[in-house]
Design a protein around this ligand. Structure first.
Ligand code: SF4
Length: 373
């Protein structure tokens, strides 16, 4: 295939859906988790669930980087943003994530100099152009975006740009998967492996899932046929009694990952002993911080931050959504008190968040559509 339309071919999609249905064992209910927020977006946008048999359920996982940021870290960022002389930079999605007392957008409205950037290099450019100001970048994301932060820090060090620093919230993909697999709340049959993260880490890190938990993993691309083919590959493994890691997205994901990017990560970052994830609690060795060689650019050492753990609002059920325990529309405030304009939880902020994806594209629940509502 050469063009994106070919990955959206309706006849091929129908054919794959029929093959998935044929592989489903009568009387068995299958739960397959897509880990990546980009997959959740594709599933809702293209109505993938509507083409699957009722017995094949897709469960949405914790792979949206904005969604897993706990409120306390947002409050830390706001505390730094409000300091005199600071220019605070972050990705656009991050601006609206609610903290314990408002968002970065609220802080900006109150006078803090908060700017959104498309890349950490943009933040470094702001630092170069404003030598009298402290420029802080609020870094988020899995191993997908961590290399760009690492390369920016390497450039800051090479150019001796001292008025630039990073609040590092980068997280790693394997520890939350382990935590989910060890959770008693959830029984899964397989995983659609995250396509973006895997471009950096490769497929090898997922080998513990079939080995220790007997479940298939298929790393998938982001077009509708990618997802349907991946679900077919998982169902085929289950039908044949196999559990392996397979790579449906081999046109982009190298099995061993991006070795250069991994090298850069190892130079700039080290693992934190533990990190709090929204909805999943503290998970050991699940996030990155700056290594000693980059301590001069570590905003957590440069500025005082509250570092307080803040409980989610009572009405918020993001934790259950991120663990795949409930679907977005089962949250009591979904689409009423919590909308993309007035988010109570993080899953409604980013377009990769399951609640935002469902709010934007999932107007009709499968059952309603089938009943002709
Ligand atoms: S509807 Fe809002 S509060 Fe409920 S789970 Fe989704 S983002 Fe969280």
């Amino acid at each position: 295939m050469r063009f994106v339309d070919e990955f959206r071919n309706a006849d091929l999609a129908r054919g794959l859906a029929a093959q998935i249905a044929a592989l489903a064992e009568p009387g068995r209910h299958y739960k397959i988790m897509e880990v990546c927020g980009g997959h959740t977006h594709t599933i809702y946008k293209h109505g993938i669930e509507d083409h699957l048999p009722d017995t094949v359920e897709l469960v949405h996982g914790p792979g949206c980087p904005v969604c897993v940021i706990p409120m306390g870290r947002v409050d830390d960022g706001i505390a730094v943003a409000k300091r005199p002389g600071v220019i605070f930079t972050c990705f656009g999605d991050m601006m609206r994530v609610p903290g314990g007392d408002g968002s970065l957008l609220d802080a900006k409205a109150q006078g803090a100099d908060v700017r959104f950037v498309y890349s950490p290099l943009d933040a470094l450019k702001i630092a170069r152009n404003n030598p009298d100001r402290e420029v802080v970048f609020f870094a988020i994301g899995f191993e997908t975006t961590a290399p760009s932060t690492a390369l920016t820090l390497m450039r800051a060090k090479a150019e001796r740009i001292k008025n630039f620093s990073v609040i590092c919230n980068h997280v790693t993909i394997v520890p939350p998967l382990r935590a989910l697999l060890e959770s008693p709340d959830l029984r899964l049959d397989g995983f659609i492996g995250p396509g973006h993260v895997s471009t950096v880490v490769g497929c090898r890190p997922y080998e513990f899932i079939p080995k220790d938990h007997g479940q298939p993993v298929v790393t998938a691309g982001f077009e509708p046929l990618d997802l349907l083919q991946s679900i077919f590959m998982i169902m085929k493994q289950l039908a044949e009694g196999r559990s392996e890691v397979e790579n449906q997205y081999s046109r982009v994901v190298p099995w061993e990952g991006n070795l250069k990017a991994l090298e850069v990560l190892a130079e700039v970052f080290e693992l934190r002993p533990y990190f709090e994830w929204r909805g999943l609690g503290f998970i050991s060795q699940s996030a990155l911080r700056l290594s000693d060689a980059y301590a001069d650019w570590d905003a957590e050492l440069r500025f005082e931050m509250p570092g307080v753990r803040v409980a989610d609002p009572k009405a918020c059920q993001c934790g259950e959504v991120l663990k795949g325990v409930i679907k977005p529309w089962e949250c009591k405030v979904f689409g009423t008190a919590c909308t993309p304009e007035t988010p109570i939880g993080t899953c409604m902020v980013s377009s990769e968040g399951a609640c935002a994806a469902y709010y934007n594209f999932g107007r009709f629940a499968r059952s309603k559509e089938r009943a002709g509502a």
